[in-house]
Design a protein around this ligand. Sequence first.
Ligand SMILES: [Fe+2]
Length: 217
Amino acid sequence: MSFQIVSPEGMVIGKTEKVLSSILLDHHNFVLWERGLNTFLDNWSSELKWEKVIPLEATLGIEELDQFESDLLREIKRWRTRSPDLNNWIANDIRSIVEDFMLATHAKEVLLSFSVVATDMCRFFHADKNKLRLLCTYVGQGTLWLPNSNVGRHHLGAGINRDIILDPLQVHQANQLDVLILKGDIWPDNSLGGAVHRSPALGVGEKRLLLKLDFIN
Ligand SMILES: [Fe+2]
């Protein structure tokens, strides 16, 4: 029997990268690619030298991805050197995700950020005032998100999560290495409004390693 994923309205959840292009549909504002890799980097991350991780930012076009991947690998090798296979895997995985995102959204340029998050700065449920944003947590807790039907949209911006959440049992959290694309408030085809999400609450000393891609044009 094949496993079928039931997606909330306006949202699509899938097991392959093919799900990503659904974000362009007017009546969709969220896609989740469940990759089933939650514990894949546990050994790598347990030995990660956090103090060596510097924030990486790059504006990328598709023709720059070969160079980007080798630059990224060189940087990651400085963070941890005992797992060359996983260093390679991460650099190649990020490159593939950038490529998948660009192809799925017809982006010519994206802004990439790959960096440590040590706060829950975006702890209130909110929609971003941007176009499209991809998020993938490589280490640590994933992003929390609400199905559209569970959002008290008129409470957004007031900073009170319990007013925004209609049903506390319908608060979802992405797993490590799952890929989300969130449609923001200023994407032209967005009749639902922006996808509502927040950063996870972090304990003392807890960190995340987060990939973020923003659609530029
Ligand atoms: Fe956000």
